[in-house]
Design a protein around this ligand. Structure first.
Ligand code: AMP
Ligand code: MG
Length: 404
């Protein structure tokens, strides 16, 4: 039995970095930048007005209200046709280049247009430089703006669009194959009969892999038969990552390990000091990683999140591979009698200025409903038997914070 941190280290040490590929910007969401990206322009590319108003010289506002002559107009997308001289102003729109001579923009709310727009009364002073974003103040031309390892979010896509990143170099998507094992499993379209249950892990694991950027293929369900499992494993070993669900604990019909060994998969660990999910198996054959995930639904999903997701992100070159962690005040007792690092479902939310974690009642590693209601996992170390309401515990965020 190895510790969670050691297991994660072994997984990451063995996760090969996949080659980069180029994709169109629109396809880059959720991918990981494989190279630093520099801007081909300055931002803003010119001294830009931040307001609709009047470009003027602050020297002309020694006494206010001041009356200025309006000598032109500049709209976003065009260049100013003239300069602002003494006693003059040019009407300007947000996003338009500030004309030469102007030292500030006074917002239209602080002005009164007179004589059909030929003059303007400026009712208040404005500081030099106000409402002007100088050329290059956000980004200079050639500046490295985004670093490799960055996950492409909508905000990153906006930056890429602004700096000319029409094609983006990203880590290749890992190819993941999912093999589900279990005599008891039927498909979602079927009604389970005596002793049967529906295969829920297949669907959850494929979805989790997809959200971690993988291209996913199913190998279907194999019964608990060594030959059938072995046949599935053989078909899965050409993937970057083979996920096998179930069949890794101590039962008579837990046959995944021998099936993996038959094909020369080197098992790097077969038990982790974690709850849920202790029977987690990890191995590799060449560049292919193999995870044998415990069949209990919460165990499968939690070990995926902590280990498989990290591996998939690392393979794509991500610099952050773990979920965000916060510390939250628990609102009820949380126990850990497992002797392993425990993860229990909770709803974490801001309430009255405090980050609170409401522990969810869970029947354990099969209680997928409690897990689905959680947005976080409360972490209790192996030697911590109990934490009381009011104490703080680390929480791994699985989803957005809730608000009360
Ligand atoms: P195993 O890891 O194969 O010993 O399975 C542990 C528990 O998880 C058993 O109660 C199984 O019925 C259940 N289980 C295994 N595979 C799945 C699956 N694909 N979907 C839902 N439950 C499963
Ligand atoms: Mg089983």
């Amino acid at each position: 039995m190895i510790l969670v941190d050691d297991a994660l280290r072994i997984v990451l040490e063995n996760a090969p970095r996949l080659p980069a590929e180029e994709v169109a910007l629109a396809e880059a969401l959720g991918r990981v930048l494989a190279a630093d990206v520099a801007s081909d322009v300055a931002l803003p590319p010119f001294d830009r007005s931040a307001m609709d108003g009047y470009a003027l010289r602050v020297e002309d506002l020694a006494t206010v209200p001041a009356l200025l002559e309006v000598v032109g107009q500049v709209r976003a997308g065009e260049m100013p046709r003239g300069a602002v001289g003494q006693g003059q102003a040019i009407q300007i729109m947000t996003g338009a280049p500030v004309p030469a001579g102007a030292t500030a923009v006074q917002p239209v709310e602080m002005t009164r247009s007179l004589e059909g727009g030929r003059r303007v009364e400026i009712v208040a002073r404005v500081a030099a430089g106000a409402n002007i974003a100088p050329c290059g103040s956000e980004v200079s031309q050639g500046q490295l703006v985004l670093t490799r390892g960055t996950m492409v979010t909508p905000a990153v896509m906006a930056v890429l669009a602004a700096i000319g990143g029409a094609r983006v170099s990203v880590g290749r998507r890992p190819r993941v194959k999912v093999l589900v094992t279990g005599d008891e499993l039927v498909e979602v379209t079927e009604r389970p009969l005596g002793g049967q249950i529906r295969n829920s892990n297949g669907c959850a694991l494929m979805a989790q892999a997809r959200l971690a950027g993988a291209q996913v293929e199913t190998l279907g369900v194999a019964p608990d038969d060594l030959e059938r499992i072995a046949a599935g494993v053989e078909r899965g070993l050409d993937a970057d990552v083979l996920l096998v669900s179930g069949g890794v604990s101590e039962g008579l019909y837990d046959l995944v390990e021998p099936a993996l060994e038959r094909f020369g998969v080197e098992l790097l660990f077969t038990k982790v000091a974690i709850k849920p999910g202790a029977p987690l198996v990890f191995g590799r054959r060449g560049g292919a990683l193999v995870f044998g995930l415990p069949g209990n639904p919460v165990s499968a999903q939690v070990t995926f999140d902590l280990f498989v997701r990290a591996a998939l992100l690392a393979m794509q070159g991500a610099s952050t591979v773990s979920r965000p962690r916060v510390e939250a005040e628990i609102t009820a007792t949380v126990k850990n009698r497992s002797g392993r690092r425990a993860h229990s479902p909770a709803r974490v939310m801001w309430e009255a200025g405090r980050l609170l974690a409401h522990p969810l009642r869970s029947l354990g590693s099969a209680d997928m409903v409690a897990h689905a209601r959680a947005n976080a996992l409360l972490v209790m170390e192996a030697d911590r038997l109990q934490a009381e309401a009011g104490e703080r515990l680390p929480a791994i965020l699985l989803a957005d914070l809730l608000s009360s």
